[in-house]
Design a protein around this ligand. Sequence first.
Ligand SMILES: [Zn+2]
Ligand SMILES: [Zn+2]
Length: 137
Amino acid sequence: MNSSLLDRLRDRGYRLTSQRRVVAEVLDGDHIHMTADEVLEGAVSRLPEISRATVYNTLRELTELGEILELNLDGRSKRYDPNVTRAHHHLVCDRCGLVFDVQFEVEVPSLGLAEKHGMSIRRSEIVHHGTCRTCTG
Ligand SMILES: [Zn+2]
Ligand SMILES: [Zn+2]
C-alpha cells in the first residue's frame, strides 16, 4: 500500500488549511495524473469558494516539496501525480491522455558525461505511448 498524500503531508507537519486539504484529497489515490484544471474542478466541487490561484499555488508548493510530481506526458498539459513513494513509469494514450502507472524492473541507462550536457539528473523515466481501448473503438 502506498502512503496517502494526505498522510504524508500530515507526517511532515505541512499546514493543512481546508483549501490545501481539499487539493490533497482530490489528488489522493492510484493512477492519478490530473491537469491543474481537473484538480481545480475537483476542488471546487468540494469547496466552492476555493480560488484558482490557491489551487495553482498549492500544486506548485506540493511539487517543490516533492510530494507530487509534475509531469508532461502528452506534450499538451502538465499533469500532477501523487505517486512519489514508488518509482514508476507511465503508459499514455496519445489520443485522450489517459495515463496509467506501470511498475517494472529496468535499469534506466545512465547518461555518459558528454550526453549530460552539464546537467545533473534528478530522475529518469520511461513513457510508453499508445492508444487505449476506448479510443481504438
Ligand atoms: Zn484513449
Ligand atoms: Zn504516475
